[in-house]
Design a protein around this ligand. Structure first.
Ligand code: FEO
Length: 170
């Protein structure tokens, strides 16, 4: 469980709440999808494409507004933290977005191809999600304390505001 920080300076709180809601929505629908039926892929593909585009945007905002600033600050005080530098280094989001776009060609294909694609999609997205939840917890448990330690309270208030503004779901 992530340590509790004052909400007003917890830069991950609001975006991660949104990301976890999105995960809950697609996992419910993906796990019960029947790819033999017409419309299952047609319904899921845009939902997942929008969601993973939002994940990609979230990652970009974190890199630009949080990780880069944290990295600079740690450098200034001569502290090394490898995980800050490589926080999103093994992200699979681009590959998953490519797979989703490929999926649109499947909607006109045979039943077997649709079912095979659906199974592949369930596995790839489920594997991603098993990493994504701990990834967010790591950010909350490792990076938020570093932010609290090396940034002033007022800086974090502003940073949180900027991070939220950059996310387009508000
Ligand atoms: Fe907050 Fe890197 O996901």
């Amino acid at each position: 469980m992530a340590p509790k920080f004052p909400d007003e300076v917890n830069v991950f709180l609001v975006p991660h709440s949104r990301m976890k809601d999105l995960v809950g929505t697609y996992m419910d629908q993906l796990s019960t999808a029947d790819f033999r039926s017409n419309g299952a892929l047609e319904h899921l593909l845009p939902l997942l494409e929008n969601t993973f585009t939002e994940f990609k945007s979230h990652e970009h905002i974190e890199n630009q507004y949080i990780m880069e600033r944290l990295k600079q600050r740690l450098k200034l005080v001569n502290v090394t933290c490898q995980s800050v530098c490589n926080c999103h280094g093994d992200s699979q989001l681009v590959e998953i977005l490519d797979l989703l776009r490929d999926g649109y060609t499947c909607t006109s294909k045979s039943l077997t191809e649709r079912i095979n694609f659906g199974s592949q999609l369930q596995k790839v997205v489920s594997d991603f999600t098993k990493q994504f939840i701990p990834h967010m917890e790591e950010e909350e448990e490792i990076f938020q304390p570093l932010l609290m330690k090396y940034f002033a309270y007022e800086e974090l208030l502003l940073l949180k505001q900027q991070v939220i503004q950059q996310h387009e779901f508000w």
